[in-house]
Design a protein around this ligand. Structure first.
Ligand code: SAM
Ligand code: SF4
Length: 483
């Protein structure tokens, strides 16, 4: 049978049109009609295996040929159509990839692993609802596959379905009790005792209070934050914070972030700080939040090997929209910097885009542009009022904002501004609700600060409106669909 399958495949492949045109359009050949029977499965499976081998070698065009051939011989296999979508995405053909991925969601699959590629591609395309369905289906098919369970759990954690993530990780831990990554993820979603901090999720550090922009919907650079220090954080204070984190031995699950109310690359000490984090917290992800405009290839060269992720903020590719939203930055100037960052940090750049009435029609173009240039993902986020006093710009730009009431998960994060002020929330740009000071307190005392514990209790009792920032906290809860 193996010999027959090989031979059949050889004959079919030799009569099958090659070349870019076919690979993108996927025309159907009537010559294959007699083969469209279950008996053709082994032949299709051979073609698909070739596709997988080529994809592993990053030969995506050639892989596409074999996957499409496999699909023609035995149509409707979820794994094959998923890999057609994935190969098209690798080749930059996002529009062409979408229907294949949709077909894969309902395709034939015997094991959960056959669906993982599709699920991850859907996440990259921002189709979280579809991805959730596919991950759930994968887990139903393979409840005894720790890989499937942990990848699905990783996804559910990022979309805040912690309970689902927790259950999947519990199952995965039974199957692989010694896997450190599964244990780390399980810790991240396990229920916690709020009076004793046993992990941190994000540690966000305002490495500088200064920003080169004053985005129309951001309180930075506006009169209401004029009292906030616009200085780089002093290095001794920075080292004290990192030393405290190191000595506490607390797991920092998501990472250390540079860039809070200012811009991570405007900070003159960004390279020095990144080196210090790498030396003292070697296993912790390091993220830099930036609009990219201050990027200097020479000055920032060393960052390439130091950071885990550059989180790039760019709201449009259209100069008129960008210039309006991210004033006083100008697209004609920033574009070159963004291109350089994408070249230098390919595979490590994530693009984060708050969506508003002004840029909603740019979503598909932004996604394609940055994925084509090697972005790991393009994440669209709902617009927040940032608890601003003046919400006129926000009201013009938001779709249907609702009051936001955070859960106590907020206190898994530690957020420290450039002068050492600890705030509970990264939206508290005016620093109205300080809950500690890193200049004066040890790490332990910061995490046990009375103000912090009081706030935890208030959130547990739904008394958010005891806090002026929470009173003004509004945001869109959904973002518009896009092609
Ligand atoms: C406040 S900025 C600070 C760091 C840096 N200046 C930047 O723009 O990335 C951090 C993040 O907030 C996001 N952001 C800015 N304004 C926002 C808003 N009104 N609603 C939701 N997210 C917003 C940006 O996309 C960025 O990823
Ligand atoms: S969103 Fe970022 S880039 Fe824009 S003004 Fe605020 S801090 Fe600066």
């Amino acid at each position: 049978m193996a010999f027959d399958s090989q031979y059949c495949l050889h004959v079919i492949a030799s009569t099958w049109p090659r070349g870019g045109e076919y690979e993108m359009q996927g025309d159907r050949s009537s010559r294959l009609t007699p083969l469209l029977t279950p008996a053709a499965r082994p032949v299709a499976s051979l073609a698909s295996k070739r596709g997988h081998r080529l994809r592993a070698r990053e030969q995506h065009g050639a892989a596409l040929f074999w996957f499409k051939l496999a699909d023609r011989i035995s149509p409707g296999q979820a794994n094959v159509t998923g890999h057609i979508g994935a190969s098209l995405m690798e080749l930059g053909h996002y529009d062409a990839a979408r229907p294949w991925l949709r077909a894969s969601c309902d395709g034939v699959a015997a094991r959960g692993r056959e669906l993982l590629c599709t699920a991850h591609c859907l996440v990259r395309l921002g189709k979280a609802d579809l991805a959730a369905d596919v991950f759930s289906r994968a887990c139903d098919l393979s409840p005894d596959d720790a890989q499937v369970l942990s990848e699905a759990a990783g996804f559910f954690r990022t979309v805040n379905q912690r309970e689902k993530a927790r259950m999947l990780l519990e199952q995965a831990m039974v199957l692989r009790p010694d896997d450190p990554e599964i244990a780390r993820m399980a810790l991240a979603v396990s229920p916690r005792n709020r009076t004793h901090v046993d992990r941190l999720h994000f540690v966000t550090i305002g490495t500088t209070g200064l920003c080169n922009a004053s985005c129309v919907h951001c309180p930075t650079g506006k009169a209401e934050t004029a009292h906030v220090p616009r200085i780089p954080m002093a290095m001794p204070l920075f080292r004290r914070i990192i030393d405290g984190l190191r000595d506490s031995r607390l797991p920092i699950v998501e990472g250390v972030i540079f860039g809070l109310f200012g811009d991570g690359l405007v900070d003159p000490y960004v390279v020095e700080r990144a080196k210090y984090v790498r030396a003292n917290l070697p296993a912790i992800p390091l993220v830099i939040n930036t609009n990219g405009a201050a990027y200097d290839r020479k000055k920032h060269a060393e960052l390439i090997d130091l950071v885990t992720t550059i989180n790039l903020h760019c709201e449009s590719l259209k100069p008129d929209v960008y210039d309006q939203l991210m004033a006083p930055l100008r697209m004609e100037r920033t574009q070159t910097k963004l291109d350089m960052i994408m070249q230098n940090f390919a595979g490590r750049a994530q693009v984060t885009i708050p969506v508003s009435r002004a840029n909603r029609h740019d979503m598909a173009a932004l996604q394609t542009h940055f994925l084509e240039r090697g972005a790991v993902s393009v994440v669209f986020t709902p617009l927040s009022s940032r608890c601003a006093r003046d919400q006129s710009a926000f009201d013009r730009l938001a779709f249907d904002p609702k009051p936001i009431r955070c859960s106590t998960d907020l206190f898994d994060n530690l957020t420290i501004d450039c002068d050492g002020t600890v705030v509970a929330c990264c939206n508290d740009f005016s620093r109205e609700v300080p809950i500690g000071n890193a200049n004066e307190q040890s790490m332990d005392s910061l995490l046990q600060d009375e103000r912090r514990l009081k706030m935890v209790e208030a959130f547990q009792q739904d008394r958010h409106t005891d806090y002026s920032t929470c009173v003004r906290c509004r945001a869109d809860v959904t973002i518009p669909a896009y092609a």
